[in-house]
Design a protein around this ligand. Structure first.
Ligand SMILES: Cc1cc2nc3c(=O)[nH]c(=O)nc-3n(C[C@H](O)[C@H](O)[C@H](O)COP(=O)(O)OP(=O)(O)OC[C@H]3O[C@@H](n4cnc5c(N)ncnc54)[C@H](O)[C@@H]3O)c2cc1C
Length: 651
C-alpha cells in the first residue's frame, strides 16, 4: 500500500523508537519493518481498519500529537529518542482503551516483523544472530510430491454437485470425506492456497503469509485479542500444534443438556473413536523438550497434575524440526486434514477449488440451492447443489450466513475464544525454547476452578515471533534485554475456558468484525492461571518471572519481589482490554447448535433453523467453549453430522 510522505515518516519513526539501531542490533527500518507493515495493510480484510491505521499515521507526526502528549509543539520524528519512548508509553498506559489498543497493535506488528523478517536478499537476519536463534531450517522434503489435486480457477466457472462444502479445515475436510465416501458428489471451496511438505521450510514470515488468516494479524475490533486461524487447504489443522483431546465427559453432558442429546450417546463416542483412529492419535510421541521439562519439573515439585498429551502424529521427529510445526510440518508427520480427510475425500471423487472464497449461499424458497464465490484473481465461481455445508471457521461462517440473508439472533453471538497468554520465566541454563515436541505434557490442575470452568496449563514452542507477541515493551533497551534472553526463556500458557463470550458482526462490505471483552468471571480465572503459571516457573527455578501486561510486572524469586508483589503489580496493571497481550487459537460458538431457534442458530443436525439444506459443521457449532483444544471435537461433530446428512441425501 502506498503511504504518503507524512505517513511513511510517522511509521518509520514509530518503528525505530520501538527498535532503534545500536549495540549490534539493526533498527526496525533497516530490517524492513515499515515496508512490511505497509505491504501487509493490503491483506487486511477490512477497508475500515486500513483507513483507521492511515488516519493514525497522519495524526502521529503532527505537532498537535506531541503537544497533547509531551507539551511540546514539535513533530514526533524530531523528538529525542527518550521523548519518543515517552510518547509511546503514554499510549501503552493510556486510560483510553482505543489508545492502548492502537499501542498493542503497533507493538505486536513491529515486534513480530522485527524478529521474523529475513536479512538482505532472504538471508540471515542480524536480529537472529543477536537472539542466538538458528532461523528457519529450510524444507526437509523439497522434492515431496503434492498429493492433493487443488484447482485454482483461471476462468469463470459454473459447477454442480450434491454437496458444496465451504472451508477445508477441521470441520469442512471431515464433512467432505464422510460425504464423498458415502457416495455424494462433493465440491470443496477453500479461500486459502494449497501448500504441502515441500513448501514448509519453518520460515515464520512466509508461514504466516501463506498459511494464516490475515497473515496472522487478525484481532478483535479493539485489538485486545489476537485471533490465530489457518487459511489454506486443510485450514487450522495444517498449522496447529497436534494436541488431540477428546471432548471431556463433563462438557458432553453440558452440551447434551443444551438441547443436543446425541453428545452423551454412543454414536458420538463412535465418531470420536473414528476421528482419533483416522488421525492416529497416540501417546507414543511425547518426548519432553527442555522447555517442557521446566513445566514438568515445576508441576512435580508442587505436586500438581501433569499428564502426557495425546497427539495426532506419525513419525514425529520431536527435536529441532518439531518446534517449527506452527508453520506446517516439514516432514509430513502431522496428521492434518490435508493428510487424512482431504486425501480420503479426493480418493472418493471430491473436487477442491482453492483461492476461491464463498461470498454467499444462494437461497430459494427457504432452502440452500448453491453458492456464489470469487477467486483471488477475480473469477466468478458458481456452484449448484442440493446441500451446502458452511465450515469457514467461527469468524467467517457467521459472516457468510449473515451475508446470505440469515437473521437468527444467535448467528454471530456466543463467540468463545479460550483466551490465552504466557507467563514467562528466564532460567540460568540454555533451553532453546523454539525446539522440541510442540506439546508433550499438560496440566489440568486448574481446570475446575468454578464448576467445570477454569484453566488448562500448556506450553508452546517459543519461536521468536511467538515470544515477541507477548513481550512487554517499556523501552527499546529493556525490550532487547528480554529478547536476548530468549534462549533461556520458557512461557507457560494459561488457557481459559471462557463462559461469557463475544460477538461477530459484519461491516458494510460483509467482512467480519469480532467483538470481545473478558468478562469478570473469565478474568478471575485468567488471573488464577497466571498465578499458577508463575508458581510453576518459580518451583522450577526461574530467575526472573514476568507477565504479558503492558506495564512491567515481574519478580526475581528469592532476590527481588515475590509472588505476592507480582500479583499486586498485575492487579494494578489491570486486566482490561489491551492492558495485557491475549491470544486465541480456538475460535468457537458463533452459530451454535441447540434444541430450539430461540437458543441456537442450528438444530442438533447442524442444519440452520431458517434455511433448509444449509448446514454448519465447524467450530461455530459448539454450544459453548469446549474447555480443551477443540480440533478433535470439531472433527467428531462434523463426522457425526455429515454421516446423518449423507443418510438423508441417500434417502
Ligand atoms: C496456531 C494454532 C495452533 C492450534 N493448535 C491446536 C491444537 O494443538 N489442538 C487443537 O485441538 N486445536 C488447535 N488449534 C485450533 C484448531 O486448529 C481449530 O480450532 C480448528 O482448525 C478449527 O476448525 P474449523 O473447521 O472451525 O475452521 P478452520 O480449520 O479454521 O477452517 C476454516 C477454513 O475455511 C476457510 N474459509 C474461511 N472463509 C471462507 C470462505 N468464505 N470461502 C471459502 N473458504 C473459507 C479458511 O481459509 C480455512 O481454511 C490451533 C489453531 C492454531 C491457529
Amino acid at each position: 500500500m502506498n503511504l504518503s510522505a507524512r505517513q511513511r515518516r510517522a511509521l518509520e519513526a514509530i518503528c525505530d523508537t520501538f527498535a532503534p539501531s545500536g549495540n549490534g542490533w539493526p533498527s526496525a527500518s533497516e530490517t524492513g519493518v515499515p515496508d512490511a507493515i505497509a505491504r501487509g495493510l493490503e491483506f487486511t480484510g477490512r477497508a475500515a481498519v486500513r483507513a483507521q491505521f492511515l488516519q493514525l499515521l497522519d495524526f502521529w507526526d503532527s505537532r498537535f500529537h506531541s503537544l497533547f502528549t509531551t507539551g511540546r509543539f514539535a513533530h514526533f520524528s524530531s523528538l529525542t529518542p527518550e521523548a519518543r519512548e515517552w510518547v509511546l508509553l503514554s499510549w501503552a498506559d493510556s486510560g483510553i482503551q482505543r489508545r492502548r489498543g492502537a499501542f498493542q497493535a503497533l507493538r505486536k506488528a513491529i515486534g513480530l516483523l522485527y524478529v521474523m523478517l529475513p536479512g538482505a536478499e532472504g538471508g540471515r537476519s542480524r536480529v537472529w544472530d543477536r537472539l542466538g536463534y538458528p532461523g528457519p531450517l529450510g524444507a526437509q522434503r523439497p522434492n515431496a510430491r503434492r498429493p492433493l489435486r487443488a484447482i485454482v480457477p483461471d476462468t469463470d466457472l459454473d459447477l454442480s454437485c450434491d454437496v458444496c462444502v465451504i472451508g477445508s479445515g477441521a470441520g469442512g475436510a471431515t464433512a467432505a470425506a464422510v460425504l464423498a465416501k458415502a457416495g455424494c458428489d462433493v465440491i470443496v471451496l477453500e479461500a486459502g492456497s494449497y501448500f504441502d511438505d515441500a513448501d514448509f521450510d519453518g520460515d515464520a514470515f512466509r508461514g504466516f503469509e501463506r498459511l494464516y488468516t490475515e497473515r496472522g494479524n487478525a484481532a478483535t475490533a479493539d485489538q485486545s485479542v489476537n485471533l490465530l486461524a489457518g487459511e489454506c487447504l486443510g485450514g487450522g489443522t495444517v498449522v496447529n500444534y497436534c494436541t488431540s483431546f477428546r471432548t471431556p465427559d463433563d462438557v458432553r453432558a453440558e452440551w447434551a443438556a443444551a438441547g443436543v442429546p446425541w453428545f452423551t450417546q454412543d454414536e458420538y463416542t463412535r465418531s470420536l473413536d473414528a476421528v482419533c483412529a483416522r488421525l492416529s492419535v497416540n501417546l507414543e510421541h511425547n518426548r519432553v523438550s527442555a522447555r517442557e521439562q521446566v513445566l514438568q519439573r515445576g508441576l512435580q515439585s508442587l505436586g500438581w497434575h501433569c499428564a502426557a498429551m495425546p497427539r495426532n502424529v506419525v513419525g514425529c521427529e520431536q527435536g529441532k524440526i518439531c518446534g517449527y510445526c506452527g508453520f506446517g510440518c516439514a516432514i509430513g508427520a502431522k496428521q492434518s486434514a490435508a493428510k487424512t480427510w482431504l486425501a480420503d475425500a479426493q480418493d472418493a471423487g471430491a473436487r477442491f477449488y482453492v483461492e476461491t472464497r464463498a461470498e454467499r449461499v444462494r437461497v430459494q424458497a427457504d432452502a440452500a440451492v448453491g453458492v456464489e464465490a470469487r477467486t483471488r484473481s477475480g473469477q466468478r465461481v458458481t456452484v449448484r447443489c442440493q446441500a451446502v455445508v458452511a465450515a469457514c471457521g467461527a469468524i467467517h461462517t457467521p459472516a457468510l450466513l449473515l451475508r446470505s440473508g440469515l437473521r437468527n439472533e444467535h448467528i454471530g453471538f456466543h463467540l468463545h475464544l479460550h483466551p490465552v497468554s504466557n507467563v514467562s520465566g528466564i532460567f540460568a541454563e540454555e533451553i532453546r525454547p523454539w525446539e522440541g515436541t510442540m506439546q508433550a505434557v499438560y496440566s489440568d490442575q486448574l481446570r475446575f476452578l468454578s464448576g467445570n470452568y477454569g484453566v488448562k496449563l500448556e506450553t508452546t514452542a517459543l519461536q521468536p515471533a511467538i515470544e515477541a507477541a507477548v513481550l512487554p515493551w517499556r523501552d527499546a533497551q529493556h525490550y532487547r534485554s528480554l529478547l536476548e534472553k530468549l534462549p533461556r526463556t520458557v512461557g507457560i500458557g494459561a488457557l481459559v475456558r471462557d463462559r461469557e463470550g463475544g460477538r461477530v458482526t459484519v461491516d458494510q462490505e460483509g467482512q467480519p468484525i469480532s467483538h470481545y471483552s473478558l468478562a469478570p468471571f473469565d478474568r478471575k480465572h485468567l488471573r488464577h492461571g497466571f498465578i499458577g503459571a508463575a508458581r510453576i516457573l518459580e518451583a522450577a527455578g526461574a530467575e526472573l518471572i514476568y507477565s504479558p501486561h503492558a506495564k512491567w510486572c515481574a519478580y526475581e524469586p528469592g532476590r527481588r519481589g515475590s509472588l505476592g508483589s507480582f500479583i499486586q503489580d498485575m492487579d494494578s496493571a489491570g486486566w482490561d482490554a489491551a492492558q495485557l497481550a491475549l491470544f486465541s487459537f480456538h475460535i468457537m460458538g458463533t452459530a451454535r447448535m441447540g434444541g430450539s431457534p430461540k437458543t441456537s442458530a442450528t438444530n442438533p443436525e447442524g442444519q440452520t433453523w431458517e434455511v433448509g439444506n444449509l448446514y454448519v459443521m465447524d467450530g461455530s457449532g459448539f454450544p459453548n467453549a469446549s474447555g480443551v483444544n477443540p480440533m478433535i471435537s470439531i472433527e467428531a461433530i462434523a463426522h457425526h453430522q455429515a454421516s446423518r446428512l449423507a443418510t438423508r441425501l441417500r434417502r
